[in-house]
Write a protein that binds this ligand. Structure first.
Ligand code: NAP
Length: 241
């Protein structure tokens, strides 16, 4: 039976890695959390859904003859990265993280360690464009003196009165982002500092003089990291069983 590489996905980099992966004696298996409905398929075997924690992941790694893990999950998906790190250690395999460089602040920009401290600093009567997903909504909605427009890929129901949902899928153009921010009279853009390719929303906010409040990127638990897909592919090229 062939050995495989486990690719933890859910990002554009993971997809690019899968598209460019070629190896003489290793197969690629992608793993997705299963949170997005109808995700675009990866060009390799794909499993969907959580493993069930560290022990179950370690068991899965052994059963499926996994030789190495590439953790290409989102930098804010901290649980799966910690689990992958521990499961790799337990099973004695290497785990390489595709780790993005953070965005450098530009213009009116403040960075916060967590959503609670960020929410506390939003001025009364500010009009906030929330691009941090469905997490921490309770923290934001508690600011009843602030109006929020939440952008989500899929509709979110039962939102509190001060949070309005707008459903849209990337990619977003600069013109489109400027129009969105202007239309809703936004005063503050709230984002995760997710790093990597700089999205148009940052430039749009900067152009309009809108203040950016970002959540700091959490540290990676991994010892081995690669900044680019090419580096990760080169690392695997040198990997022989
Ligand atoms: P998380 O908090 O780190 O993970 C929660 C649980 O979901 C994990 O413990 C694991 O379940 C399962 N899981 C997550 N990613 C998985 C994967 N690639 N394959 C199999 N199981 C996975 O993750 P999250 O923040 O909910 O994000 C879920 C997925 O969405 C990630 O794969 C990530 O790359 C992608 N994503 C996240 C964000 C973000 O801002 N967080 C943004 C864009 C994309 P078990 O413990 O049962 O194994």
């Amino acid at each position: 039976m062939t050995w495989s590489v486990l690719l933890l996905g859910g990002t554009a980099e993971a997809r690019e890695f899968a598209e460019r992966f070629q190896h003489p004696n290793l197969k690629l298996i992608a793993s997705l959390a299963g949170v997005t409905r109808d995700p675009k398929p990866y060009p390799c075997d794909t499993r969907v859904g959580g493993f069930g924690g560290v022990e179950a992941m370690a068991e899965w790694i052994e059963q499926n003859r996994i030789a190495a893990i590439i953790d290409a999950t989102h930098p804010f998906a901290t649980q799966i990265s910690v689990n992958a790190h521990k499961a790799a250690d337990q099973t004695g395999i290497l785990c390489l993280a595709l780790h993005r460089a953070q965005w450098e602040p530009e213009g009116k920009w403040r960075e916060f360690e967590d959503a609670r401290s960020l929410a506390a600093e939003l001025p009364t009567k500010s009009r906030v464009f929330l691009t941090t997903g469905r997490g921490e909504l309770e923290t934001f909605s508690a600011r009843t003196d602030v109006g929020f427009t939440l952008r989500s890929i899929e509709p979110i129901t039962d939102l509190p009165n001060n949070i309005k949902d707008t459903v849209a899928r990337p990619p977003f153009s600069l013109e489109g982002e400027i129009a969105t921010l202007e239309e809703a009279c936004i005063t503050h853009l709230v984002t995760k500092n997710a790093g990597g390719a700089r999205p148009a929303k940052l430039k749009a906010a900067h152009t309009l003089g809108i203040e950016i409040f970002s959540l700091a990127m959490p540290p990676t638990p991994h010892r081995l990291t690669a900044g680019l897909v090419t580096e990760a592919l080169n690392w695997l090229d040198r990997f022989r069983l």
